[in-house]
Ligand binder design. Structure first.
Ligand SMILES: Cc1cc2nc3c(=O)[nH]c(=O)nc-3n(C[C@H](O)[C@H](O)[C@H](O)COP(=O)(O)OP(=O)(O)OC[C@H]3O[C@@H](n4cnc5c(N)ncnc54)[C@H](O)[C@@H]3O)c2cc1C
Length: 268
């Protein structure tokens, strides 16, 4: 068994102080990634600082063209939120596609984005929707947050408090899920911001990325046919027992076309 200390933080301030005092401590939110990681002996923190019950990290609110989601919001809360459904229905759709009911009732948006699994769904939403990650120390633009496989701009002791999204004109997400885990083999978020197009791809490469060539093509014509023959650099795409690189490249193209088709049928 592990010899570690479990502390249930009473506030973000207390959690910050605990992280500062114990450099080997780790935050625990929904535990859907961290607990299996501990079980497999892939991490050995000195302390688990539980922020999973903090009201300060909850809450979903939409006003003034901005949707704000607390980092401790569970996936099912995002999936079933009336505010999310009204402001950015694609985000509610995406949250409802994560894992299974158990995972959606425990896992949090903050935990998912901090973990930045290359096959996770939320990174595609945060990057595609041009979100801002607000931490206990600063605000980080999505374009500078994701640094590749399981890597982010978060520094030691930094806690994600909430996410802020400008409400786009329209957005749609399409995902081909792994049949066992539900994770994305390829997931594509297409966003018409009103002043441009953003396309974020998860699942296929070593981390979420913007498909700039598709953004340029869709900026001229928001039609699935506009993606025909568009360059997609796939030399670093994942190859494993589940799918070859070429298969993943094809999945990205198919998911992008499906997202554009969905988007064409939506007001938002
Ligand atoms: C069977 C299964 C299927 C899954 N399927 C999918 C899927 O289809 N799509 C998908 O996207 N994900 C999937 N997941 C992952 C799931 O969404 C997790 O909930 C998520 O990755 C982690 O969120 P959590 O709240 O459980 O974080 P935890 O496991 O508690 O923490 C994860 C990491 O984030 C850190 N952390 C947590 N909160 C914060 C914070 N506020 N600020 C800074 N750091 C923080 C922790 O220290 C830890 O390093 C699946 C998981 C399982 C077990």
């Amino acid at each position: 068994m592990y010899a570690l200390n479990y502390v249930k933080a009473k506030s973000v301030k207390e959690a910050s102080e605990l992280l500062a005092a114990h450099p080997e401590a780790k935050l625990l939110s929904g535990g859907m990634t961290l607990i299996p990681t501990l079980k497999q002996r892939l991490a050995k923190p000195s302390h688990l600082v539980d922020i999973g019950q903090l009201e300060e990290l909850r809450g979903i609110d939409s006003k003034g063209g901005k949707l704000t989601i607390g980092a401790g919001s569970k996936h099912h809360e995002v999936a079933s939120s009336a505010a999310v459904a009204k402001a950015i229905p694609a985000l509610a759709d995406l949250a409802g596609l994560i894992g299974d009911p158990q995972v959606r009732n425990m896992g949090t948006m903050g935990g998912s984005v901090a973990n930045n699994d290359p096959a996770a769904d939320y990174p595609a939403a945060v990057l595609g929707l041009n979100g801002t990650i607000v931490t206990n120390k600063r605000e980080i633009a999505a374009d500078t947050f994701f640094k590749g496989m399981f890597a982010t701009a978060l520094e030691d002791g930094e806690i994600i408090l909430r996410f802020e999204f400008p409400v786009p004109k329209k957005a749609a997400y399409s995902k081909f899920h792994h049949p066992a885990s539900g994770y994305a083999m390829a997931g594509v978020m297409v966003v018409d911001t009103g002043s441009g197009v953003r396309v974020a791809v998860t699942g296929a490469g070593p981390g979420v990325f913007r498909w700039k060539e598709a953004e340029a093509a869709l900026g001229k014509s928001m039609k699935a046919e506009a993606l025909e023959g568009v360059v997609l650099k796939s030399d670093d795409f994942n190859e494993d027992i589940h799918a070859s690189r070429a298969y993943r490249e094809n999945l990205v193209r198919v998911m992008a076309r499906r997202a554009v088709a969905k988007l064409a049928g939506k007001k938002k």
